[in-house]
Design a protein around this ligand. Structure first.
Ligand code: HEM
Length: 466
């Protein structure tokens, strides 16, 4: 039986029995540290490290994490797996994950200590690290500016034209060289992000992105890294300067226009958006990998891209499904963290207050909870046309869920799907890096986006698999 019994002192001094979830055996806990925590930390939680990404891809490190957790689930059952005494617990059951994310911020608070330590480096007032009434007002403000509930943001007209302009410039280079490499893709992506978030004046402000990059590198070390106070002030002042002179058609314009109670720190919410848009760039590049290696899905995506008026905002459901699959297969937040504010009860026993619960998405997205698609690229599961809809499966959490779920999801899907449509309309791609991706083979657990390289052909010549 999984229960262990411990005794605790009540305030009156009488001993009371508490049933605690049993800790993992030392060997199993070491396995979790080596195959689950270490790869996540080594690859970088706040900004990815190229050398570790490459190592993870070559050695199948991420696959080992999923296999390790699957074996532990078989041995210990579905309840959260506790590590390091009971200060950490891995959440593996889809219903438990749903509960943890729905019962946020009480008793499962999103501002876990590890996040507070890391994110204070560049967004000390971000909603993600806020508590109490301040969290509520910041979240309300963020949702209003990002238009969380809307598939097409009110500024979608302008956003569509920005994305298409930058895509055209990127493709002009690809037409000349016959290839597309990550550094060029990434540079174009950041031009898009700066224009959408801060306005056209920020298009070439690579200094801002570099400052954020340095602060994020420090943030990778969470509480272990000293604060880069001077750099943080310079970066935040630069962000605020764009809000002080808001550019038309940018999120900064909305930030300046939307009222919010004192203490919201409206401009102070922007650093998270810039940081998080980086993950969307990775997702976009990887979605292109999936399309370049899956010709049937690429045909369907291209057909959608060619329907309707390209310059008007479109919901592009199939391309959104491709973006969602990219994040499902390679989650950009492999551990979604919560810290319990009180003792909590589970089927197998209790967890104390102050326990950090980690929803381990690589397992939920790839192992049995993700059936029937698991290691298969299946954008159609997000469009509502399959028997088992991904949206109804609590195991699939590319953008998390519940009151602290990603408020930028629709904006991300709009940006990424519009970019993919522009890239696919008149061009075909074959993957010159990562040759192991094939429609009939399981999608690999790790994909080092830094190494991405495509050969680019005009549509009508060449194939998406080559
Ligand atoms: C592929 C791109 C992205 C992915 C996969 C993603 C995913 C996530 C995830 C998993 C969380 C954590 C939620 C939780 O703890 O339950 C989150 C939080 C958040 N995301 Fe995103 N995100 C992306 C891009 C963006 C963008 C571009 C923005 C803004 C423009 C954004 C805004 C936020 C904010 C403000 C939070 C904190 C929410 C809160 O604490 O209430 N995200 N996102």
């Amino acid at each position: 039986m999984r229960l262990t019994e411990a005794t605790a002192q009540t305030p009156t001094g009488t001993a009371e029995k508490t049933e605690l979830l049993p800790p993992l055996r030392a060997r199993d806990a070491a396995g979790v540290a080596a195959d689950v925590l270490l790869p996540v930390l080594a690859q970088g939680v706040i900004v990815r490290r190229p050398s570790a990404m490459s190592l993870a891809e070559r050695t199948g490190w991420d696959r080992r994490g999923v296999e390790r957790v699957r074996a532990l689930r078989d041995r210990y059952g579905p309840g959260p797996l506790t590590v390091r005494g009971r200060s950490y617990a891995l959440v593996l059951d889809p219903d438990d994950a749903e509960r943890v994310l729905a019962d946020t911020p009480e008793p499962f608070h999103p501002a876990a200590r590890e996040k507070r330590g890391a994110l204070a480096q560049f967004q000390p007032h971000g909603v993600l690290v806020s508590s109490g009434p301040q969290r509520e007002q910041r979240r309300r403000f963020v949702e209003e500016v990002l238009e969380t509930a809307q598939p097409l943001h009110g500024m979608a007209d302008r956003f569509t034209s920005v994305v298409r302009q930058e895509a055209a410039e990127l493709l002009a280079g690809a037409d000349r060289s016959g290839q597309l490499v990550w550094d060029e893709f990434d540079a174009a992506w950041w031009r898009i992000v700066r224009r959408l978030v801060l306005g056209d004046a920020a298009r070439d402000d690579t200094t801002l992105t570099a400052q954020l990059g340095t602060l994020r590198q420090a943030a990778n070390w969470s509480l272990l890294s000293p604060r880069r106070r001077r750099l943080r002030s310079a970066f935040l002042a630069r962000v605020r300067s764009y809000v002080a002179r808001p550019q038309p058609g940018s999120l900064a314009e909305r930030v300046a226009a939307v009222d919010a109670p004192a203490g919201t720190d409206r401009a102070g919410q922007i650093p998270h958006w810039l940081f998080a848009y980086d993950a969307a760039g990775m997702a976009a590049g990887r979605a292109l990998v999936l399309l370049a290696t899956h010709p049937d899905e690429a045909d369907r995506a291209r057909a959608e891209a060619l329907e309707g008026q390209p310059d008007t905002p479109r919901t592009l459901p199939y391309l959104r499904g491709c973006a969602l699959e990219s994040v499902r297969l390679w989650p950009t937040t492999p551990l979604i963290l919560r810290e319990s504010t009180e003792e909590t009860s589970w089927e197998g026993g209790k967890l104390p207050a102050g326990c950090v619960l980690a929803v381990y998405t690589p397992y939920l997205h790839r192992a049995e909870p993700a059936a029937p698609y698991q290691d298969i690229f299946a954008p159609q599961q997000w469009t509502g046309e399959t028997g088992r809809a991904a949206r109804g499966n609590p195991a699939l959490l590319p953008f998390s869920s519940g009151p602290a779920g990603c408020p930028g999801e629709n904006l991300v899907l709009l940006t990424v799907s519009t970019l993919l449509a522009a890239l696919l309309e008149r061009h075909r791609y074959s993957l010159a890096s990562h040759p192991q991706l094939r429609p009939a083979a399981p999608v690999p657990a790790a994909l080092d986006h830094f190494a991405l390289r495509f050969r680019v052909h005009p549509a009508g010549r060449g194939t998406d698999t080559d």
